[in-house]
Every structure is written in C-alpha cells, then in structure tokens.
Design a protein around this ligand. Structure first.
Ligand code: PLP
Length: 341
C-alpha cells in the first residue's frame, strides 16, 4: 500500500475511467477449481486472438462501490450478493463459478491496495469492477478452455453533481434489451452493446436514457438502461417482477426491503407502461445511479410528468434512507455495510 496521494481533484470526479495502481487476477482451466489470485500492477492483458470472450462474448461483469464513512471506516454494500449473482451468471454462461470467499477476498485486497484512490467522505466512491471471462482460445462456439477472474477499481464522482435532478426518459417501441430464455437476468457482457446505439440516440434527443418494455407484449416496463424501475401510485410502490429478462439489482432488492421496513406496500409485479405513466412518482435504482428520480417519461404521443419535475416525497424519503446506510451516516440495522480493514 502506498501513502502518496494521487494528483486528483476530488471535486472534478465523474463516472469515467481513471487508471489506478493495482489489480487482482487469477485463472482457472475448464473443469478445474480456481486457485487464489495475486495482486499486480494495473496493466494491459495479453490474450489470444481466439480467446472465447472476444470471439463469442463469454464473460460477465459486476459493479460495486467502496465508500469512506465519516468515522473513517471503508465500507462496502452487500458484496456477498454481487458474489452470488456472479456465480449465477457463471452457471448461465458455462463458466466455472468463482467461490464467494475468493470473490470477497479479491474485492477486499483490491480496495486495500488502491486505498489512495478512495475519494474523501461524501465526494465520491471507489467503483469496483470484477470481471469473469473466457480467456482461453477456442474456434468452435463452445465454452473456452480457460477463464480469468480479475478485479480493478476506479474512483468515481457522485452521480448527481447538483443534488437530486429528476431525469427525462423515453420509452423505446423499437428496441428490446432481453427476451425470455435469454441472458437478461445476468450481467453478461453481451447484453450491453446492443443498448448503446438506442441509448446514444435518446441522449442526442435530450433524454437521459430509454425505458425498455418487455419483448413479448411490448407493454410491461422492464428496465431503464442499466438500472431498475420503480413507480409509486397512491403511496403504493411498484417494481417489475424478476422474470429472467430483468437484472436482479442489489439496489432494487435493498429499496424493496427498506421501503417495506418503513411501512410501505411494495408490489413486485408486471408493471404496465400505462400504470407507470399514470403514477405519482417514479425513479430508477442501481449501483451507479443509486436512486435517480424520474421527472418525465415520453411514450409515443404521450408525456407523463411526475411532481412537476420536482423530487417526490417518497422518492426523497427512500433516497435519504438508502444513502444514509450506503454512506455510513445512519444506523445499519440490516448489516449491509461490512468494513474493509
Ligand atoms: C447492474 C445492473 C442493474 C443494477 O444492479 P445493481 O446491483 O443495483 O447495481 C440494473 N439493470 C442492469 C441491466 C444492470 O446491468
């Protein structure tokens, strides 16, 4: 661990790539067990041009954040759920599962050895990016003979520079993110490239992201780019149920548990776009976005505006409750924020 502080202006941080010092890496042959990895300097990888991941997209990623609490502790948020979700993704993609203890040990080591890149309290987070992919060479469409598990970190700024700004979204009638029986329910790397062009078009038209509807009925809300969707009508909270096409977000699960503990009724159900458009409040939730209030949704000729573009009361209450725990300011009765020491 180095003491020297990197030359970085913590107030200029955005959600973008910055190279840090160290990374965790290990490999595993198909049919064998993972052996514990090593920490090494951050560096480029050397891969066969026939590596499974670059030819057929066999790989997945995870995303989590470490924060510095006011009392000096470095805390994570429910990292065991990322470990378990990655194992599920490995099973779906025919890759060997990284054991939970190894996953967590890699995350801890990586945070510790990049601790000088962890922003001061309240000024950002150290984003943690675990990757598991087929690094062995293979020509036929089949699982690769060798896999790599690596973890790197990047300092990122708060998602909301000027506080909580409600975002404008557009419903896509043209594109879908995932279909039943596909890989939408895991963080497969191949799920993300097809969303780039639609998302870029929406941004060029002034929207923050697009809302995807289900691929069968074109009627039920699935997700907002890479975040989960919530809406609130008559004090009742609705979020799309997990059907295999929706990514089971850890922020989503935490919002559901937190809302129920605050006394709200939460329905995990099919959320008709008509209900979403007719709601009192709406927001999306994910590790990068935390909770982003939605100010308006455009669907064809219709535009729904929520709370006159202001942040709704229940959205604000959930945001305060969740960020209190995430940032280590509030009590954590659930035990969601283990320390890195
Ligand atoms: C990662 C991700 C989310 C959010 O999951 P979190 O665990 O809350 O970060 C939602 N949707 C998609 C498509 C994602 O990739």
């Amino acid at each position: 661990m180095e003491d020297n502080q990197p030359a970085i202006d913590w107030d200029d941080l955005t959600f973008s790539f910055t190279e840090t010092d160290r990374m965790y890496i290990t490999t595993c042959k198909q049919g064998e067990e993972w052996s514990p990895g090593i920490m090494q300097d951050f560096q480029n990888l050397s891969l066969s041009p026939a590596a499974g991941v670059i030819n057929y997209g066999q790989g997945l990623f995870e995303g989590m954040k470490a924060r510095r609490a006011e009392d000096g502790r470095v805390i994570l948020f429910r990292p065991e759920l990322n470990a378990r979700r990655s194992a599920e993704g490995c099973r779906r993609l025919g890759m060997p599962e990284v054991p939970e203890e190894m996953f967590l040990d890699a995350v801890h080591q990586c945070v510790k050895e990049n601790i000088q890149w962890l922003p001061p309290t309240g000024r950002g987070e150290l984003y943690i990016r675990p990757l598991i992919f087929g690094s062995g060479a293979i020509l036929g469409v089949a699982p690769a003979p060798e896999y790599t598990f690596l973890v790197y970190t990047v300092p990122v700024g708060p998602y909301f520079k000027g506080g909580l700004n409600p975002i404008s979204l557009r419903v896509s009638d043209e594109y879908h993110r995932a279909a039943p029986g596909g890989s939408g329910g895991v963080k497969a790397i191949g799920n993300y490239a097809p969303g780039m062009m639609p998302s870029k078009k929406a941004k060029a038209d002034g929207y923050a992201e697009i809302i995807y509807l289900d691929a069968v009925n074109h009627q039920f809300v699935e997700e907002v780019g890479a975040a989960n969707f919530f809406c609130i009508k008559n004090q009742v909270i609705y979020t799309p149920e997990l059907t295999g096409t929706i990514l089971p977000g850890i922020t989503r699960l935490s919002v559901i548990e937190l809302a129920r503990s605050l006394g709200y009724e939460v329905h995990e159900t099919k959320v008709d776009i008509a209900l979403a458009m007719d709601s009192d409040e709406a927001f999306c939730a994910g590790t990068a976005a935390v909770i982003s209030p939605i100010g308006s949704i455009e669907h064809g000729e219709k535009i729904a505006t929520y709370c006159n573009g202001e942040v709704g009361a229940i959205t604000k209450e959930l945001y305060d409750a969740l960020t209190g725990i995430l940032e280590g300011r509030a009590d954590d009765p659930f035990g969601w924020t283990p320390s890195v020491d």
